[in-house]
Design a protein around this ligand. Sequence first.
Ligand SMILES: Nc1nc2c(ncn2[C@@H]2O[C@H](COP(=O)(O)OP(=O)(O)OP(=O)(O)O)[C@@H](O)[C@H]2O)c(=O)[nH]1
Length: 406
Amino acid sequence: MQPEQPERGKETGWSSSQSPLRRALSATLVYLVAGIIWITFSDRMVEIWFADPRSLSAMQTWKGFLFVVVTALVLFTVMLRLLSKDRLLLSLQLDQRRALRQREQQLRVLMDNLPGMAYRCRNDDSWTMLFVSGGCEPLTGYLPDDLINNKLVSYASLMDPDAIEQVSEEVAIAVRKGRSFSLEYAITRKDGRKVWVWERGCGVEHDDGSVFLEGIVLDISDRKQLETELEEMATRDPLTGLLNRREFSRVLEEELERARRYERPMALLWIDFDHFKDINDSWGHAAGDTVLCAVSEILTDRVRSVDSVGRFGGEEFVIVLPEMDVEGARDTAERLRQRVGNAPIPLESGHSVPLTISVGVAVYPVHGHTVDTLCSAADKAMYQAKMQGRNCVAMAQPIEPVHNET
Ligand SMILES: Nc1nc2c(ncn2[C@@H]2O[C@H](COP(=O)(O)OP(=O)(O)OP(=O)(O)O)[C@@H](O)[C@H]2O)c(=O)[nH]1
């Protein structure tokens, strides 16, 4: 949208028929006509009325005086009007300049005290900055001059390459639709530290049709950190840091869906500590917590990065093993059982606590087709292991017939 052009007449206070040249020509013409009429007719009148040569000569002199006085008065009035107008315009200009300076100063103070960086940049690949407020240094570590016209670095070079692509896309859409954009992305400061920023801006079109971007960038690292912590709290078990029941169920559902889609096996291990109550009773609850954490670490360290370990509550742990068939799952469960059983857990007091685990194993699609049936099969298998004397691995019962399951 083109900005409204002020009319020339409005700007100067004159209509177009009142240009300075026309006004000057009109005034001169009026003066010439009046002068010629005056000279022609006044001489005639004086000659008619004063036949006596002496009186005629005196009247001619007075007539000359009268002409000079009248033209002097007209000149005085015109000059006074013009000079007063000039003076008024000058003082108006001075007032406007003073107000503009004051507003600029207020704006600068406001921008420099913003909790972030205000900017104006070209809509190019480097986001070439044309103006940045004083908030640039606390935010990026660079001085405003370092960024302006990409003198030292371009703003785009502070962003992650994948973020640039996404940000450019969103900005382009917003500019095309004439809307403002709101973005969150990470930048790398001069000291190498990553900070999360929130940016809000819009495209501003200039008279020549070129588009500039103007907006503000704020540091939201604290908020991001808080969000991460809240997410951790919502998905992790606070004691062991493993996935909590809700998050593990979500992961299990996801892995099962993938296994179904690609027709691959997937195993579920259900792990329960043997006689854990005795450890709590003998060594205290804090020691029990230490044992829980230590075993969590053992389990996490001894599975693949694609596997997920969760704590279902108490001393019950679950592990999902994607792409793992019955044999592989039995071997993994056995390996974990042996590792836990063979290495007593050291306590802060210097003592070591021996611990064994019972493991139930269920594998998709052999022992169940849904999360519920697999969990139930693995849980039953774990109780089977308890029944068999604990410290052992038990496999779930294969389902029959397979097509009865949903
Ligand atoms: N220290 C500690 N103990 C816990 C925690 N959650 C559950 N427990 C304890 O775990 C014990 C579980 O006891 P039981 O269900 O009787 O099972 P067990 O003693 O392991 O015996 P079996 O499972 O039959 O071998 C209880 O004493 C609970 O208090 C925890 O977060 N920290």
